[in-house]
Design a protein around this ligand. Structure first.
Ligand SMILES: *Cc1c(COP(=O)(O)O)cnc(C)c1O
Length: 444
């Protein structure tokens, strides 16, 4: 029997997830990119439209967020090679990681220090544009600096932006909304960190705290916004705009790879490991990457062992119709950005033919990797953002059926592995020290 068929016969995803052991799942529904795009509801035009809208806003962004001035008002993060960390991973996992290892530092994205600075900010800007146009304050060809003027800010102040979040989306939406002059309401779940709530309140954002988890915060926000005509709800589970905001990352990454002289083609495969919560962030980025690199890029989503909602939705094809509580899991994880019990059905269905696979990681692994990344590269990420870091080792250890199926084994010395570091730079120092200490005492 071929290894791929053997793999499919021997995996019972639900049984594996229930054990809470780390699990590497290969997606049997992955299609050739060309086939998948032929029936995808979204395509290249939508991503390029989002990218060009962000360009129109860039002079305005540079003005209201001076930290983006040097980059011309484009909110982007560095891509860096982390060869010391690669050596450490090889030691920790007792294996050879073939290919180069890079970190995409969305932890250092300006404005809100996480991947949410992509999708969240894009959606609020687009909403502001739509409002200004419909009120005759902005027209095609205008300089978007107009949006700084009093008449625009007065208009925005009569509208509110509402969001439900485990933390980082709330930060990003709250900060940008307040900066544009909107009134902003962020519904937060009980697992959201206190410092995020305090930071938002200092910026004049209304923070509503909920006892329950992420889904309850989202539901309450959605209901409240529906009752109010001048409210716009940022829908983490269904928003196409959020998704497109994230997807523009690929257009920029393509340029960064070129500048670093890293080729991606048939003989130089690219592997990307993305921490996944509800799915929009990693989904959007992966979608953009598939548009850019087609079958030469292989995207994996990473989730905590206690919150493998996207994996469960994809493996069962039930998407948002199944929750991890249906298989007895508790959604308790220190990876607050990934503490999601039910995935986005929109993202799951859209991404199902594009994803190479998903895997899960224990919280102790996240802390352990956090500490080692700090020690080797002096880079400090939040726990959620380390989920991608286990990916390359897991691929070589548990993904050989995938590598064989796609004739990749002989190409791996030419491979590049990009770990998507999704957040961390806004975490207060004391909080980060605690994470580090937890990593120092965690076992592998
Ligand atoms: C939100 C978040 C993710 C995942 O994004 P989703 O859109 O929820 O899937 C990953 N890492 C961090 C740090 C996040 O804040």
């Amino acid at each position: 029997m071929r290894s791929w068929e053997e793999y499919l016969l021997n995996t019972h995803p639900i049984e594996k997830l229930k054990t809470l052991e780390e699990f590497f799942w290969i997606n049997p529904r992955l299609e050739k990119a060309e086939v998948a795009f032929s029936y995808s509801p979204l395509g290249k035009e939508a991503v390029l439209d989002a990218e060009s809208r962000l360009r129109k806003f860039s002079p305005y962004i540079a003005e209201i967020f001076p930290e983006t001035k040097e980059a011309g008002g484009i909110i982007e993060s560095p891509l860096v090679e982390i060869s010391s960390m690669k050596k450490t991973l090889e030691k920790l996992y007792e294996m050879n990681i073939r290919g180069s290892l890079l970190l995409k530092q969305d932890n250092a994205l300006p404005i809100s220090g996480s991947i949410k600075a992509r999708g969240g900010i894009y959606e609020v800007l687009k909403y502001a544009e739509t409002l200004a146009i419909s009120h005759g304050l902005l027209k095609a060809g205008d300089d978007y600096l107009i949006l700084k003027e009093k008449k625009c800010r007065d208009l925005f102040s009569r509208h509110s932006i509402v969001v439900g979040s485990t933390g980082n989306l709330g930060l990003s939406i709250g900060i940008i909304s307040a900066a544009l002059g909107f009134s902003a309401v962020v519904h937060m779940s009980s697992d959201a960190r206190q410092w995020k709530k305090s930071l938002l309140r200092r910026k004049g954002v209304t923070v509503v705290e909920h006892e329950g988890d992420y889904s309850i915060a989202v539901e309450t926000g959605r209901r409240e916004a529906e009752e109010n005509d001048s409210s716009h709800f940022i829908d983490d589970e269904h928003s196409v705009d959020l998704f497109l905001g994230y997807s523009t990352a690929a257009v920029r990454l393509q340029k960064q790879l070129k500048q670093m002289n890293i080729h991606v083609d048939r003989d130089h495969p690219l592997f990307v490991y993305l921490p996944c919560g509800v799915g929009g962030g990693p989904g959007g980025v992966a979608f953009g990457l598939k548009l850019a690199f087609g079958d030469d890029v292989h995207c994996f989503f990473a989730e905590p062992t206690h919150s493998p909602s996207m994996l469960l939705g994809l493996a069962t094809q039930k998407h948002e119709k199944i929750s991890i509580s249906d298989i007895g899991l508790d959604n308790i994880t220190a990876a607050d950005g990934l503490a999601v019990g039910r995935p986005s059905g929109f993202v799951g269905e859209l991404m199902s033919p594009f994803l190479a696979g998903c895997y899960t990681v224990k919280d102790s692994t996240l802390f352990y990797l956090l500490k080692h990344l700090a020690d080797t590269e002096n880079l400090y990420l939040e726990p959620s953002a380390l989920a991608g870091m286990a990916g390359p080792a897991k691929l070589f250890r548990d993904g050989s059926a995938y590598l064989k199926e796609h004739a990749l084994l002989e190409k791996m010395d030419n491979a590049a592995h990009i770990v998507w570091g999704t957040g961390g730079s806004m975490v207060p120092e004391e909080e980060m020290n605690m994470y580090y200490q937890q990593g120092a005492s965690a076992y592998k």
